[in-house]
Every structure is written in C-alpha cells, then in structure tokens.
Ligand binder design. Structure first.
Ligand code: UDP
Length: 329
C-alpha cells in the first residue's frame, strides 16, 4: 500500500515525502508543478504530473496504485494573491479538495491528513491560540482552508473518511543538508526575504509596521521548522492507522518572535549584518500569532526538535546559500 501525497513537489510536501521515504513508506506524488518544483521530487517516489481537479487523473492514480491514505498539500497559499484573486483560490483549493474527496469515496480510501493553517483563526482573541478558538479568517486564503476543513467534516460523517487537519503557524527552515528548501515565486515570506539581504539580492529588509501592540512594535509569529511539520504528518498518518477519530491540531513551537528579533537571529545565523528599513503595515496581518500545540503533543506524541530560531534560520541559510536562485527546475 502507498501514501498519495498531493502537492509533494512543494515546500512542506517535499519535506514530508522525504520523511515518509526515510521511514520506508511507499509514496506516490501528484503535483501540477504550478508552484511545486520537479527538482524537489523525491527519487524514490512515483510521480504523476497532474491536477487534483482532474478526476480522470485521480481515477488513474487510484486505479494504478494501492493507495492507503492521502496527505494533501496541493493548494495556493499566498495571502496577498488570495485577496486579489479569491476565485482562483476557491477554484483550486476548495474545488481541488472536492474532486479529491469524491475520488477517495469512489475508490474507498478512508484516511486523509490535511495541510491547514493558522490563517483560519483570523485576528485571535487570545494567545496562545487553541483549536477550539473561534475561526474567522481575515483573508480569502484562510477562508478556503477553513472551507476545505468543513468539506472533510461533512464527508467524514457521511462517507466514513477520517481526517486530521494540521493548522501550521509559520513554516520555516529546510532539510539540514540544504538539498531541498523553500522557493516561492514571488517570495513573500519573512525568512527567505531577510536572507536575500546577505545574499546581495536585496538591499534591505522592510519591516511591515513598527506600531503594533507588541513589545517592540513589530509583528510576533510562531516559527516552526518544516521537518517538525513533516514529522507531525507522519504521526497523524499513524494516528489514523491506529483508528484515531477525525481531529484538528495546531502546530507551532508555542513561542513568539518579533520581526525585529528574527532579523537579529538571522544576523547571528549568517554572521552578516542585515540592513533594515521600516515600511507600512501589510493589510490583514494580525499583531500576534502564537500556537498552543499542547493537543498535538498529547494526542500525537509530537515534540518539535527545532526550538531555537537561530538554528531554524541556519537550516534555511544553508538552502538559500547553496541555491541563491532557488530551484532551476
Ligand atoms: N514581514 C515583514 N517584512 C517582509 C515580509 C514579512 O515585516 O518583507 C512580516 C509580516 O508582516 C509578518 C511576519 O513578517 O508579520 C511573517 O510574515 P510571513 O509572510 O513570513 O508569514 P505570515 O505571518 O504572513 O504567514
């Protein structure tokens, strides 16, 4: 039996495939390579280039392979783009989930681990955020991910599919050897953008607002290493194999770092000074997002290994330094 990883050529998907393969799992990947990279594909995985909105592609995959469970990363994930083009996000993210669940029902595949996001919460009423807290997304991206969770909820009740939804906070870092890493186009995430300064691809990092109600006025986020996220997917799969009920888990370190603190940590991680300028706030940015991951620790036995942000940034640095232009394929 194999695990189907939808979006296995993307950032978190490729790191999860790496962990699955290291554990001896047989992996099938489907990815349309719209944002994923051929060079990020694991050599041991069987690859289908295709779109999960195409039910013929899914039928072929489920017929040609014995799929035990699905891990689903295939979605668009840029907040700004989702505000400019919400229909693209509803079509790809929600539409993709619908076609995927229909195929799972047709082919009697009953387990799915889903890549969700802290963006489902919107502006938190309290931190750390817990899974039972209100969800009120402030951007279309978060709304699509929340809607995808709801699709799974109703399908699980009607069709016996069990799911785990993993709500990540700020994914960061790369495989320690720097062989795979983060490459978005356009890049919007803080750590890769900070590292473009010592790479001399950017003159300075712009801090988006220094007048937030936080200790140093800049936004606070909970940065969690991509391999710790990958490990949570492997554990969630095991949890479902053991008969675990459908559930939702936050994934973060439970510790917040401000934008200014991240820049200082990046200076230490790279040994280079990083020029900074202050700009306006970015629309839709909550002041603070910090996870309570107590439930994932308790139920999944998950324990993040990368708890030091400087170490997290060092892994990102080894990827970006060796791939200054990202993937070439
Ligand atoms: N940020 C920033 N400058 C940048 C990019 C991001 O100050 O060039 C801030 C952003 O406002 C947020 C934090 O860094 O508070 C993390 O942003 P990112 O886009 O990495 O993740 P998000 O929190 O949006 O998921």
């Amino acid at each position: 039996m194999a695990i189907l990883v939808c979006g296995g050529a993307g950032y978190i998907g490729s790191h999860t495939v790496h962990q699955l393969a290291a554990k001896g799992e047989s992996v099938v990947i489907v990815d349309n390579l719209a944002t994923g990279h051929r060079a990020a594909l694991h050599p041991a995985a069987k690859f289908y280039e295709g779109d999960i909105r195409d039910s013929f592609v899914l039928d072929r995959i489920f017929t040609e392979n014995q799929i035990e469970a699905v891990i689903h990363f295939a979605a668009n994930s840029l907040v700004g783009e989702s505000m400019e083009n919400p229909l693209k996000y509803f079509n790809n993210n929600v539409g993709g989930m619908q076609t995927l669940l229909e195929a799972m029902v047709r082919h009697h595949v009953d387990k799915i681990v889903f890549s969700s996001t802290a963006a489902v919460y919107g502006e938190p009423k309290r931190v750390p955020i817990r899974e039972e807290d209100e969800t009120n997304p402030t951007n279309a991206y978060g709304e699509t991910k929340r809607t995808m969770e709801k699709l799974m909820k109703w399908v699980s009740r009607a069709n016996g599919i069990r799911y785990v939804s993993l709500r990540y906070f700020n994914a960061a870092g790369a495989l320690d050897d720097g062989s795979i890493g983060e490459d978005h186009s356009p890049e919007t995430h803080l750590i890769p953008l900070i590292l473009q300064v010592p790479l001399q691809k950017r003159a300075a990092i712009t801090i988006f607002g220094n007048d937030y109600a936080t200790p140093d006025g800049t936004c606070v986020r909970d940065y969690i290493h991509v391999l710790d996220l990958a490990d949570a997917h492997v554990r969630a799969l095991e949890y479902l194999r053991q008969g675990g009920a459908s559930d939702i888990f936050n994934l973060g370190n439970g510790k917040g770092f401000s934008v200014k603190e991240m820049i200082v940590a990046a200076e230490k991680a790279t040994g280079k000074s990083i020029a900074v300028q202050t700009g306006a706030r970015r629309a839709g940015d909550p002041a603070q997002l910090i996870a309570s991951s107590e439930k994932a620790r308790r139920v999944l036995g998950w324990q993040p290994q990368y708890i030091d942000v400087e170490r997290i940034i060092r892994t990102a640095w080894s990827w970006h330094k060796s791939h200054p232009d990202g993937y070439t394929d």
